[in-house]
Design a protein around this ligand. Structure first.
Ligand SMILES: [Zn+2]
Length: 405
């Protein structure tokens, strides 16, 4: 009897424990909840790193709220930080027949300031010229924030090598734009100025043609077997065929300018290169190839360009050299650029000028009859006095004048 009573009591306790367990721990007694870490909507800049903060889920007992346990969260969806767009990340947690789902929206946008590097991302300079940096920056709204650009990097233009400059600009919203420029510093190819052994060298140059006197000039040069350099224009396109004649006779051809209109050529960097390339095309049409020598309208030291575009000549001289061109000035004036129209005076100026240099680059214009008329006498005089005539080549003595703009 006593034993049976004990058994009954034990059984009752067991049943009670089972009932309580079911009440407390049965699936219906658990509440599944989910928490998203971080914001449900995130806006970020393209290229920035995105790290998903994730979400967590727990099941909590409805009766004893201190009894809780983590539940695994599945994550679906990806953010491509290199591409603008709206991305969705879905978090899911399941416990028995309960399911929780949350979504996060990530907007990848690009509102970074844009930094434009004049001369491009890869730039070459010569050690002797140095590098004059130039850039612009605008924010997403199009406001000029060039003054905020900060440049970092160690560029030493006196030492040939490869360098990197980093440009950053931050807008009013704290968004930063970046640009990188690779700069190659090269050793300037020193002109091959071997001793002239007492011989004086003359580089006769003719600008602004061809024109109606060019044919006559070519005949005179042929008679003396003298080769010269023509810095040509397209000012008189009906004489363009003379460029071919000049080239075929062994003279050197260089770009002067297509339009020879200062306000046009020197309006901007772009305007200069547009004019320059148009003249190259004409030269290529006539000679079959482009040239690597040139002369600025007004010369490298001209100040007229400052009227239209500040600092232009410095940039152009750098860029021309960096692109592998040689530009030439002069150290002897014939005087035919407005000083005189008298052939005898031109002859006298040229004769006097060349006696003062070992190498003379003479500035003449073959668009003037009074200049062409002086050439025959000048050649006779120079040849009988032991002068040697040469054409200008890339890397030659250039008689560079000081750049003033
Ligand atoms: Zn000119």
């Amino acid at each position: 009897m006593r034993r049976r009573r004990i058994s009954l009591a034990v059984l009752s306790v067991i049943i009670l424990v089972i009932v309580i367990s079911i009440l407390m721990f049965g699936s219906a007694r658990w509440q599944l909840s989910m928490t998203m870490k971080g914001d449900a909507k995130i806006t970020m800049e393209q290229g920035d790193k995105y790290k998903d903060a994730g979400a967590s889920a727990v099941r909590t007992n409805k009766i004893f709220s201190s009894m809780k346990k983590d539940v695994a969260v599945d994550k679906e969806g990806k953010v491509d930080t290199n591409k603008e767009g709206t991305y969705t990340i879905t978090y899911t947690a399941k416990y028995h027949n309960q399911k929780k789902e949350m979504q996060r929206t990530v907007v990848v946008q690009n509102t970074r300031p844009v930094i434009t590097l004049r001369g491009g991302k890869n730039f070459t300079v010569y050690d002797t010229i140095g590098f004059k940096d130039s850039y612009t920056a605008v924010d997403h709204a199009g406001n000029d924030i060039t003054s905020r650009v900060q440049v970092t990097g160690n560029l030493d233009t006196s030492k040939p090598g490869k360098y990197k400059l980093t440009y950053t600009a931050t807008d009013d919203n704290g968004v930063t734009g970046t640009a990188v420029r690779n700069i190659t510093v090269k050793k300037f190819p020193v002109p091959d100025l071997k001793p002239t052994n007492g011989k004086k060298i003359i580089y006769l140059t003719f600008d602004d043609g061809p024109y109606k006197y060019t044919d006559q000039l070519l005949d005179i040069l042929a008679r003396h077997n003298v080769k010269v350099t023509f810095f040509v224009t397209n000012a008189y396109p009906e004489y363009a065929y003379d460029i071919k004649k000049e080239y075929e006779a062994g003279h050197a051809i260089g770009v002067h300018t297509y339009s020879h209109n200062y306000s046009q050529v020197y309006a901007s960097d772009e305007a200069f290169w547009d004019d320059f390339n148009k003249m190259q095309d004409v030269i290529k049409q006539q000679t079959g190839k482009k040239t690597d020598i040139c002369r600025f309208p007004g010369g490298g030291s001209n100040t007229v360009s400052a009227k239209y575009c500040y600092g232009l000549m410095t940039r152009l001289a750098d860029e021309l050299t960096a692109k592998g061109y040689s530009y030439f000035d002069w150290n002897v004036l014939s005087g035919d650029a407005g000083e005189t129209k008298d052939s005898m005076q031109i002859l006298a100026r040229m004769e006097k000028g060349v006696t003062q240099n070992e190498r003379s680059i003479i500035l003449c214009h073959d668009i003037h009859p009074f200049t062409v008329n002086a050439i025959d006498s000048f050649l006779t005089w120079a040849q009988s006095n032991g002068y040697e005539f040469k054409t200008l080549k890339n890397g030659d003595f250039a008689a560079h004048q000081r750049i003033n703009n």
